[in-house]
Ligand binder design. Sequence first.
Ligand code: ZN
Length: 266
Amino acid sequence: MRYIEPHAHMVSRTTDDYISMVASGCAAVCEPAFWAGFDRGSADGFHDYFLQLTEYEPKRSAKFGLPHFCWLCINPKESEDVGLAKEVLALIPEFIDRPNVLGIGEIGLNKNSRNELEVLEMHIDLAARHDQLILVHTPHLEDKLKGTRLTLDALRNNPAIKPERVIIDHVEEHTVGMVLDAGFWAGMTLYPGSKCSPARAIDIVETYGGERLWMNSACDWGVSIPLSIPYTAMEMRRRGHNADAVDTLIYRNPHEFLSQCPKFML
Ligand SMILES: [Zn+2]
């Protein structure tokens, strides 16, 4: 088995996780910028985090032979302070050409507030001006449907954005259709307690087909499973999906989307 982990917060994981992932067939890991489990006090905290994502973490990953890529932004959970967000966005151009940076993410909405939406629009504009791929986080639970609609509108309102260069992550049964119908890519997050279980993710694949879809573990500092992609691949085989269909979903699809960034070379 080979797979790409397109969404993992490795700064909060141990080296043992790297070893398990590589031993399970992981060919590349991609790390969106996200919340650290606490709110950072200033833009300097984000500057250090961007250094960690572009310098330290790729070196740690390379010790296990695993290519490491990242995405940059101020995440939705820290986007309520528009002044801070502007300071953080101003830092991004200095990092954007670094060799492991794939684009802008994970941006989006958390509580669907007016300030979050303003910061989302600033990120979309930044990505458009620098011709970057976009990775979008969608809100959880009851906020997800409204937040996904607001996010799709914000993307469509910017004429420079090409849907095939945007992945909308954490889709569920009630949001995947609208994302795919609008021409975007969709990511399914495999979590033990919320978002998609392996069974629900496979149901979605069987309902919508395997095009423009990927799966990720989104493992971070909370309860999450770094090997959830290979575990779900095993469940797909048990349910009768052939090896080629599994390879498409967990390797070729993320490879196709991410290769739109010329820096993504395996
Ligand atoms: Zn994430």
